[in-house]
Design a protein around this ligand. Structure first.
Ligand SMILES: [Zn+2]
Length: 296
C-alpha cells in the first residue's frame, strides 16, 4: 500500500504526537474513537483505520483506560481493530453502558470538562473524521451511522461555540464544517495547530493570488483604454495633417499633436508632464484635435 501523504493523514499524525496527560482526557479520547467506530456494542468492537499512528494510539488508550487489549489484523492495507467477548464488554461497560446492544447515545458524564471535550473530538476525528486539502477546498467532516448520536454530538459542538452543519449521505449522518476559519478552529481545538495554520496560510495565499489577479486585470484594462484613446487621437492628427489644417492651428494644439505623435503609447498623465501642463489641460487639447478632425 502507498504511504498516505494526504492532508488528512498528516493532520491525524499530528494529533497522535502528544499523549493525553490527564486520565479524564485519555478516557474521553478513547470514548470518542469508540462511539464513532464502525461497531461499538456489548459483544463487538470493530474499528477500521488507515492510520498506523492512530492504531497504536488507540491500543495504548484502550489498555491505559479500560485495561482492554483488542486484536489487530491487516486487511487490504488497513488496520482492522476488533474485540469480542470479555474485551468488548470491558470497553462497553467502562463508558456506562449496561444494556446489551449498541451504544447509540452520548454519555455526557465523559465530556463535562472542557479538556475532555477537546480530547473527545480528537478521538472522534481520528476514528471517523476527514479533512480536505486546504489547497483545494475547506471541508472537515465527522460521520456516524447513528442519528441520535449525530444530534447529540452536534449539540455538544454548539455548546463549544462551533457552528456545525449536518447532512445525510446514504445511511450516514454527517457533521461538517465548510468555512476555512471553522475548519482551522476545529483542528486547533482538537490538537493539530500545524494543520490549522496550513488552512490559514492556504486562505491567505489564495486571497493574495486573487488580489494580484485583480490588479493585473485592472492594469490591462487601463492599458487598452489608453491605447484606444491614443489611437483615436493619432487618427485625428493624421487627418488634420493630410488636410493641411494642422499647421494652421494655434501653437498649443500643434505642440499637443507633436507630443502624441512622438509618444503614441504614453498615457495622458505622462504626456501632460512632458508638456508641462495639467492632465486635464492636455486632455482638453487632444479632445479639441479630435473634434476639429471630425468637423473636416
Ligand atoms: Zn480531561
Amino acid at each position: 500500500m502507498m504511504p498516505d501523504h494526504s492532508f488528512a493523514a498528516k493532520a491525524k499524525s499530528e494529533l497522535c504526537r502528544k499523549t493525553p496527560a490527564r486520565d479524564c482526557c485519555a478516557a474521553a479520547e478513547l470514548y470518542g474513537a469508540l462511539l464513532f467506530a464502525n461497531t461499538f456494542s456489548y459483544d463487538e468492537l470493530r474499528l477500521v483505520t488507515e492510520n498506523e499512528r492512530f492504531r497504536e494510539r488507540f491500543l495504548m488508550l484502550a489498555k491505559r483506560v479500560a485495561d482492554a487489549v483488542p486484536e489487530v489484523r491487516m486487511q487490504s492495507g488497513k488496520s482492522l481493530i476488533t474485540a469480542s467477548g470479555e474485551t468488548a464488554r470491558k470497553l462497553y461497560t467502562y463508558f456506562g453502558y449496561e444494556q446489551r446492544g449498541e451504544a447509540l447515545h452520548l454519555n455526557n458524564a465523559f465530556v463535562e470538562n472542557d479538556c475532555c471535550r477537546e480530547a473527545f473530538f480528537r478521538g472522534v476525528f481520528l476514528s471517523a473524521g476527514s479533512v480536505s486539502d486546504p489547497e483545494r477546498s475547506y471541508h472537515l467532516e465527522l460521520s456516524t451511522r447513528h442519528f441520535n448520536l449525530s444530534r447529540e454530538v452536534t449539540t455538544l459542538l454548539m455548546d463549544m461555540d462551533f457552528e456545525p452543519k449536518t447532512a445525510v449521505r446514504k445511511s450516514t449522518y454527517l457533521i461538517y464544517f465548510k468555512e476555512s476559519g471553522a475548519v482551522a478552529a476545529v483542528l486547533a481545538k482538537i490538537g493539530a495547530p500545524n494543520a490549522a495554520l496550513a488552512v490559514h496560510t492556504a486562505l491567505i495565499e489564495k486571497e493574495l493570488r486573487n488580489s494580484v489577479n485583480r490588479r493585473v486585470n485592472c492594469d490591462t484594462a487601463n492599458i487598452s483604454k489608453t491605447v484606444s484613446a491614443a489611437q483615436k487621437q493619432l487618427d485625428a492628427i493624421r487627418k488634420l495633417e493630410a488636410a493641411g489644417e494642422l499647421e494652421k492651428l494655434p501653437e498649443v494644439l500643434r505642440e499637443a499633436a507633436r507630443l502624441r505623435v512622438e509618444n503614441p503609447e504614453e498615457p495622458l498623465a505622462a504626456l501632460a508632464e512632458m508638456a508641462g501642463v495639467s492632465r486635464s489641460g492636455l486632455n482638453h487639447r487632444l479632445a479639441r484635435l479630435c473634434e476639429l478632425a471630425k468637423n473636416l
